[in-house]
Design a protein around this ligand. Sequence first.
Ligand code: ADP
Ligand code: MG
Length: 614
Amino acid sequence: MADVIKLLPDHVANQIAAGEVVQRPASVVKELLENAIDAGADAIKLIVKDGGKTLIQVVDNGDGMSETDARLAFERHATSKINKAEDLFNLNTKGFRGEALASIAAIAHVDLQTKKDDAEVGTAIKIAGSSIKAQEVVVTPKGTSLAVKNLFFNIPARRNFLKSDQVELRHITDEFHRVALVHPNISFQFYNNGAEYFNLPIESHRQRIVHVFGNKMNERLVPVSEDTDVVKIHGFICKPEFARKSRGEQFFFANNRYIKSPYLNHAVTAAFEGLLKSDTHPGYFLFLEVNPATIDINIHPTKTEVKFDDEHTLYAILRSAIKHSLGQFNVAPVLDFESNQDLDMPYAYKDKSTQMPTVSVDAAFNPFQEKKSGSNAGIRVGLPKKESTKGWENLYEFEGGEPTNFSSIQVESSFETTSLFTEQSDNETGQNLFQLQRKYVVSTVKSGLLLINQNRAHQRILFERFLKDITVNKAVSQQLLFPVHLEYGQKDLSILKSLNEVLENLGFDIHFDNNGAIQVNGVPTLLAENNVSTVLDTVLATYDNEQATDSFSQAEIMARLLSTSLAIRTGQELTIEAQQNLVNDLFACKEPKLSPHNKKVYTILGLNEIENKF
Ligand code: ADP
Ligand code: MG
């Protein structure tokens, strides 16, 4: 019988290996940046076109390569970084597998130019699909320039699998952040489609974080520092009141390498316990230094998952270091009031715009006193003194005018949506309707009893309305008397810009300044002014995670997100007229049965079912 086993040709083996190393343009960016850092560069330029699909180029001023090394670099398992197996346990470089360049050259057109400091001239090499197309001598400055063009040109299936340029750029930006944040001693320039996207000089860690995420970051950072035998920790956490819905600003670095660690993330979150609003995540930039021998970074091909020898100790040290910082910088006491989620939300929310922790407490304020006539309508309560918590319901009465209970407070704290149904009714129309548990609107119908989930019904109504606004006719914008000013980092800004048309159709009127700030001049009619930043945060958190490619799904995601945010909640009391409107609007919808999240909106309790109960 003939033998059947053959060795794979190198270019095939390389293509297979490439599948592991290069998932998308961002993976190339990561590998090239890491190589530049390993080469000792202190100035690195990243140039990207069309989300990295057409071009990714990294230019560094590092050591460069000799002519022979330049050719060898593209061989599989060619690395200058380890000689023997033991070296693996004492790594201070980022790469060591010798796979990246071989893999990249297998699936793209690569142009390399490189020169060592002491060499007269440099080497230029062109490679495509693993084979060297040209090599010549060039005049080039010290260092290396590596351009990767037409990624996956020879694997159409992979190329088609890539997402929109915007999404790929976002992934690239994430990788760039991860590298730039931990190397403030290196200057970085990042050009996207010919325009400068980041320009980061050599600076301190703190400055680098602020440079990357925008000036507003500066006041949010609280330093963390701890020095033990097991680990040295330094870096920053963000004050709890700036915790966000997205996990975008959470960074761990171990020995100068970005890592993911759900376990250590848990340690941080545990330190913040009781200080965060639900569904928000604290920001942090934490740099850990451990003995390289006690950490195994090699368990995952993309090398972001790590294993520490003594995780439990690390957990405890990290947690206490952060607690310490929160306490030392006087961040924690502000949040004393937060022991009960239901109780604190209205205040915690309003306090967003005030300066913490020096909350100005109105000493003369007395929760049991009658309403002061015509006093400032908006943020009227400030943070009450702690003892006054028992006068709470009364506090709330000032705002609403009528007695209310905690469940309805929770509702109104998140979004003010009552305006939708504010018209007063004289109850003449809705004798068939009533509200059950402030959750269902109940009506008698021919076949029995109709039970409508008020929150889901309103979500459906708003969803269809917003979808129409976005795709068919532009909604009216409610112009703000006092525009809202907000600041974002580059990545968030580029998300907002890419969504601007959709946002405009919904009624947002956003002006982008040049310095990372935006000015919101108008909002959708249903949106209260003081909710603008929360809603935009939700937008950013959602688009950070979702991978909307075509414009329809973009519209749908946005409509779903806003309808979820703005719909009337469970616990909200509805006037008869509001109930009536809800029912009418619901049944005017194209798909009244399901909420935008595909949950049941209403059910009918049939007469038979009712009869069976007797
Ligand atoms: P690894 O980084 O794991 O060693 P790579 O395939 O990324 O493997 O790179 C192979 C080798 O090419 C490196 O070990 C290094 O010697 C050389 N090299 C790659 N990029 C650069 C660069 N920008 N400057 C100098 N040398 C480089
Ligand atoms: Mg490498």
